[in-house]
Design a binder for this molecule. Structure first.
Ligand code: SGN
Ligand code: CA
Length: 530
């Protein structure tokens, strides 16, 4: 009897423990992560964010991620340029801490430092990187990588060359489709028993905005709308917005998809397309247009090509979502879509990015995590790219090191933003004068105001009341009714700089802008010498 009772006792005790632990293993199975990322995709070109192109050029698959999860409206880049934004995302730290300040003559990303893919890999995640990397050093923390090389790692739209785990391979076809193929191949071959983190990073919609053949003539019959500030005259901002190489005048022949003369050699053709043109040169097919018409013609060509490359990005995101569905991976996979910074789509008469003005400062960010993030969630909190790493680790249940400067916004996604969440963010752009001659500057942005200081060879401040002037046309820095707000923001900006550990003087900052840190090319030469 005693024996029987003892047996029963263990059954009663163990069955619940066993089944609980089974349940638990299911529940705590770490989520997979697909971080889909593109290059230069402005929120104004995503229909979930609204804007001029919502009906003309919708992005249904990106919108789907937002509708089934969350749309973040205030994700701000700490330094709105490619490599530096990527470095900030990987390390969770500002440029002055991770050492990657600028693209041009910007050096090589120090790949000995901590990054979040390494942390995931060390915690048992299978990790992969496919597509654009653009950090000049070998990716660390990935079981598999295949990234764009050529043209300083910008990559090519057509027949791109990839570094495939150390071997260069030329592929045939259109980059956005190919990059997705390789990502899906990797998913297909992975170990089903372990979680994965895939970084799927498109070259598109970066300059020179080359669409897939099937989308080349998509909007030929229509005229795309013009942004409100297309004809900005830069009054009150003559030394900053008014003194760049980002206006329609700076599109080159390649941007306008002109055909070089047959007589030119391959090398000369490239020069003719990219470097042979003079700023302001008329690059329209007809010389009968007046200067206003020329500007509009260039904008039309530009915006249509830009949006067409996005159409391919969106189609391919659809392929990835379908893959997850068909393979039963939807439930336990976090899907993010974001881009390295925003982009000017003719606002202020510009293309490119770099400025702390809204269009380039804002990064798109949508995320789906079924069962955890409520469909249709909208987050307005001020978030920045240094927050991505801690957030993904938080969601994966992986330790977040103390020295990460960003904060996890996992709570914010669940509508549980903590009371002490940041109310303002610090921005800093260093690269000058190449490319595009944007004056180095830093600044602070909160939900209502923006204050910026432009330095290097000028000492100019700008201040905007975004509530009354969302297009940032009226620089109110000398307006007496804002004097106390401006003072308050100046001291908050100083506080932020201090707290993030950027105490560099203007001389030191100039050194950052001026110095050639030895980019990819010089690294290659060093390696060849060894
Ligand atoms: C290239 C582009 C620039 C662009 C930078 C940086 N010129 O130099 O227009 O600003 O890349 O872009 S191009 O004629 O070569 O296309 S980034 O995305 O890498 O930051
Ligand atoms: Ca970019």
């Amino acid at each position: 009897m005693y024996q029987f009772n003892k047996f029963l006792f263990w059954i009663v005790i163990l069955i619940p423990i066993f089944s609980h632990s089974q349940n638990n293993t299911n529940n705590i199975k770490p989520p997979n992560i697909i971080f889909i990322f593109s290059d230069d995709h402005a929120t104004n070109a995503i229909s979930a964010y609204g804007g001029l192109f919502t009906d003309l050029a919708p992005t249904p698959n990106i919108d789907r991620i937002a509708n089934e999860g969350a749309l973040l409206k205030n994700v701000l880049c700490t330094n709105a340029i490619c490599g530096p934004s990527r470095a900030a995302i990987l390390t969770g730290k500002y440029s002055h801490i991770n050492g990657y300040y600028k693209n041009y003559k910007g050096g090589v990303f120090d790949n000995q430092q901590w990054t979040y893919p390494q942390a995931l890999q060390q915690s048992g995640y299978q990790t992969a990187l496919v597509g654009k990397w653009h950090l000049a050093s070998e990716p660390v923390g990935f079981d598999y990588y295949k990234y764009h090389i050529s043209r300083g790692e910008q990559g090519l739209y057509w027949d791109p060359i990839y570094n495939d785990n150390g071997n260069n391979t030329k592929e045939k076809g259109y980059a956005t489709n190919l990059t997705t193929d390789f990502a899906i191949d990797w998913l297909q071959g992975r170990d089903d028993n372990e979680p994965f983190c895939l970084l799927l990073q498109y070259k598109a919609p970066h300059r020179e905005w080359s669409p897939d053949t099937k989308y080349e003539e998509l909007w030929d019959e229509i005229e795309m709308p013009y942004p409100l500030t297309f004809n900005d005259n830069y009054e009150g901002r003559e030394l900053t917005a008014g003194d760049t190489e980002m206006t329609m005048d700076y599109f080159n022949r390649q941007d306008m998809k002109m055909t070089p003369p047959d007589s030119l050699s391959k090398k000369k053709r490239r020069e003719w397309l990219q470097f042979g043109f003079k700023p302001g040169e008329i690059v329209t097919p007809s010389n009968n247009l007046n200067s206003k018409e020329v500007r509009k013609w260039k904008y039309q060509k530009y915006i249509k090509d830009y949006l067409a490359t996005i159409k391919s990005v969106d189609d391919n995101i659809g392929r990835v979502l379908e893959y997850l569905k068909v393979n039963g991976l939807e439930e336990n996979t976090i899907v993010v879509y974001s881009s390295d910074q925003g982009f000017f789509l003719g606002e202020h008469g510009f293309f490119d990015k770099r400025f702390m003005y809204e269009e380039s400062l804002k990064m798109p960010f949508v995320i789906r995590y079924p069962g955890i993030i409520k469909p249709g969630t909208v987050v307005d909190d001020i978030i920045s790219n240094i927050d991505f790493a801690p957030t993904l680790l938080d969601m994966a249940g992986v330790f977040i090191p103390e020295n990460i400067q960003g904060n996890s916004f996992f709570q914010n996604l669940k509508d549980e933003t903590s009371n002490d969440w940041r109310q303002s963010m610090y921005y800093h752009y260093y690269e000058y004068p190449y490319y595009h001659r944007v004056q180095p500057h830093y600044g602070i942005r909160n939900q209502r105001y923006k204050l910026m200081h432009f330095y290097y060879n000028i000492d100019t401040w700008e201040f905007y009341d975004l509530q009354n002037d969302p297009s940032e046309i009226n620089n109110l820095i000398n307006n007496p009714s804002y004097a106390s707000t401006i003072n308050r923001l100046k001291s908050e900006l100083n506080q932020l700089k201090k707290s993030y550990g950027n105490n560099m003087s203007v001389e030191e900052l100039r050194y950052i802008s001026d110095t050639d840190f030895g980019g990819l090319e010089s690294k290659k030469k060093q390696i060849q010498k060894q």
